[in-house]
Ligand binder design. Structure first.
Ligand code: GNR
Ligand code: NI
Length: 174
């Protein structure tokens, strides 16, 4: 497995729509493994392929709390078959928006159909943090970030801070 670097906002790649996979073969499984390693290292509870620069509709998630009890889920070509009318609010973070967090309201429950690690069709019924995380990741596949749900003022402030942070990072490297 090899760790990949995570793309930070602002970057036009993060705004592109990812493309469906034809099938889950050994190349896709290798990418899933690399994404999982990258996510655990970060650390995060979810990662979309676009965050490592690959515009494919591929997500990895692991919301388990303890490192000893890892429970990863791999989703290729996820589609929602149900989103509840009732909503819940979670404090969200994003590995592409380091250091920024905001309370975001989303459907409390969702059902998602996808192709799993073994190339089989599967459907999950999710609620709580898992439901929020799946929706956060599917947003990435459509070029959407959680800051898009905030007021323009808050969103612009976060992007400005990230731009400044990027400039300073470049100074250190160059
Ligand atoms: O690590 C992450 N935590 C998180 C917390 C609340 C809601 C969504 C997330 S996903 C995020 C990792 C990430 O950026 N995935 O795209
Ligand atoms: Ni994210």
């Amino acid at each position: 497995m090899s760790k990949k670097s995570i793309i930070i906002e602002p970057d036009p790649i993060l705004r592109k729509k990812s493309e469906s996979l034809e099938k889950v073969d050994s190349n896709v499984r290798k990418l899933m493994d690399d994404m999982l390693e990258t996510m655990y290292e970060a650390p995060g509870i979810g990662l979309a392929a676009v965050q490592v620069g690959i515009l494919k509709r591929l997500i990895v998630i692991d919301i388990s709390k303890e490192e000893q009890k890892r429970d990863p889920i791999f989703l290729a070509n996820p589609t929602f078959t149900y989103k509840s009318k009732d909503t819940s609010v979670y404090e969200e973070g994003c590995l592409s928006l380091p250091g920024h967090f905001a309370e975001i309201e989303r459907p409390a429950e969702c059902h998602v159909k996808f192709i799993n690690y073994n190339g089989e069709q599967e459907e999950i019924k999710a609620k709580g943090l898992l439901a929020t995380c799946i929706q956060h990741e599917v947003d990435h596949l459509n070029g959407v970030l959680f800051i898009d749900y905030l007021s323009k003022l808050k969103k612009d402030m976060i992007i400005k801070k990230l731009k400044k942070h990027k400039k300073e990072m470049n100074k250190i490297i160059l």
